[in-house]
Design a protein around this ligand. Structure first.
Ligand SMILES: Cc1cc2nc3c(=O)[nH]c(=O)nc-3n(C[C@H](O)[C@H](O)[C@H](O)COP(=O)(O)OP(=O)(O)OC[C@H]3O[C@@H](n4cnc5c(N)ncnc54)[C@H](O)[C@@H]3O)c2cc1C
Length: 427
């Protein structure tokens, strides 16, 4: 069985704060590499197994988690107001992994290596200490060579220093079982826009698990957070009126909110501390998908450790795709559900593989051009123009702030050099 913190005298090569998607993925990538002998500690505040999340993602490559994929599909359906189409994915597959299975698999596989330990506890702080890093868990200090931090707090996003776009993506999901056969298990719904389009852009996705079982999720981008009852009312209407699934019972609920933002996320939090997962900005700002990006990131971190002896030498995010993200966020912020024609045109005018590569940030500039040419120009041009003006605003705000700071520094400098008046000499 695996080492314990006491046996290892509180000294680890790698300490991972948070045993969610990013923390566990990084641990698996480490033990799948020449670094497999290094000691790893994963600190998670709640090690109970619970199936509270489902990760869907598409890929045309194997992943480290193929053994625990719960369902795989080779087609996807998209339904927009004016058309509905089922796309064959070619060499892509759409996979679904349950958080329960990743947790179980990790708790079995990782400690069995002998050099990986799990610790249930709350990471309170992480700081550099000379050429090591100290992680404080429930008041106890544990020492490591490198620490990876996935403790994401929404406040990290809301307390932003520079102007940028941030919209929240709200999920309300149910895993349901129907009395009669209601679903085609071969065909998941990637996006169905027959949703309440209030202040934000709403859509459903539906992953059929059996003919009588499915995970149905209502997603709202932007707008105010829908109350639990509004989200559930939308789901009920979709299942009963739009899909006509008949009598059903809810087996499990899944909900959450994600910040879709183009703000920069610092990766380096200290000399020996690196942000990973959502905290490291691995959520794709325009899709809300992160799982596959986390896999690519974990692989890049391991490569950097091997080649540079430190984790930080990873490829930067593509400026081209950051720009597309900013444009779409700007359009969503301004027009809300009014951007629906953009999504319709995207799916109507392009092969699905091109769309998936675009969303994966893997398409070439030429492919991007073809895709952008298929979109209605109005909103994109508007977003482009106003993104320029918001960039200008941000530049102006920054330069004004820089001037204020400079003036303040000059005043302080002057005050510092002024001869101080001696008491009693003033008149
Ligand atoms: C409802 C929902 C559905 C999603 N669906 C998809 C999807 O289908 N496909 C996709 O690609 N992405 C999806 N995402 C986005 C993304 O993949 C997930 O949010 C993913 O879990 C992010 O991984 P993470 O490791 O950054 O965060 P998490 O998986 O949340 O892991 C962070 C871990 O840190 C632990 N932790 C926090 N604070 C402390 C502390 N102080 N001490 C110790 N431990 C701590 C938490 O308990 C948690 O286990 C979804 C997100 C949500 C909310």
């Amino acid at each position: 069985m695996g080492i314990t913190v006491t046996e290892n005298q509180g000294n680890f090569d790698f300490i991972i704060a948070g045993g969610g998607a990013a923390g566990l993925s990084l641990a698996h990538h480490l033990i799948d590499s020449p670094l497999r002998e290094r000691s790893i500690l994963i600190v998670e505040r709640n090690l109970q197994e619970h199936n509270n999340r489902t990760w869907g993602f598409w890929t045309n490559r194997p992943t480290l988690f193929d053994r625990i994929v719960f369902r795989t599909w080779d087609r996807l359906r998209v339904t927009c107001p004016e058309f509905s189409r089922t796309y064959e994915l070619g060499d892509y597959r759409y996979h679904m992994i349950r958080s329960l299975d990743l947790r179980r698999f990790s708790l079995q596989e990782l400690p069995a290596r002998g050099n990986v330990a799990f610790l249930q506890g709350r990471v309170e702080a992480i700081h550099d200490q000379g050429d090591r890093v100290q992680v404080i868990v429930d008041g106890q200090a544990i020492s490591g060579r490198w620490a990876f931090d996935s403790r994401f707090r929404p406040v990290d996003v809301t307390a932003q220093a520079t102007p940028c776009h941030t919209l929240w993506m709200h999920f309300t999901g149910w895993e349901i079982e129907t009395d009669a056969a209601a679903f085609d298990p071969q065909t998941p719904t990637f996006m169905d826009f027959r949703a309440p389009q209030r202040a934000g852009l709403g859509f459903f996705y539906l992953l059929p698990l059996e003919v009588r079982q499915a995970l149905a999720v209502y997603t709202l981008i932007g707008g105010a957070r829908p109350g639990a009852s509004a989200g559930e009312a939308a789901l009920t209407a979709y299942l009963e009126s739009t899909l006509g699934v008949g009598t059903h019972k809810i087996l499990r609920k899944e909900s959450g909110a994600l910040p879709l933002t183009d703000r920069p996320f610092p990766r380096r939090l200290g000399k020996r501390v690196m942000a990973i997962g959502l905290k490291g900005g691995r959520l794709k700002p325009t899709t809300g998908y992160a799982f596959l990006r986390i896999q690519h990131d974990s692989a890049a971190i391991v490569r950097s450790l091997l080649q540079a002896g430190r984790p930080f030498d990873i490829p930067p995010d593509s400026p081209r795709y950051r720009w597309y993200d900013a444009l779409l966020l700007e359009a969503l912020e301004k027009h809300g559900a009014g951007v629906l024609p953009v999504f319709s045109a995207l799916f109507k005018g392009n092969p699905i593989q091109r769309v998936l590569r675009f969303l994966d940030e893997a398409g070439s500039p030429w492919e991007n051009l073809l895709l952008i040419a298929s979109l209605p120009p109005g909103q994109f041009l508007q977003a482009l123009l106003s993104s320029r003006s918001s960039a200008r605003r941000s530049f102006n705000a920054q330069s004004i702030r820089a001037r204020i700071d400079k003036r303040r520094a000059q005043d302080q400098e002057r005050a510092h050099h002024l001869p101080t008046r001696k008491p009693g000499l003033s008149r």
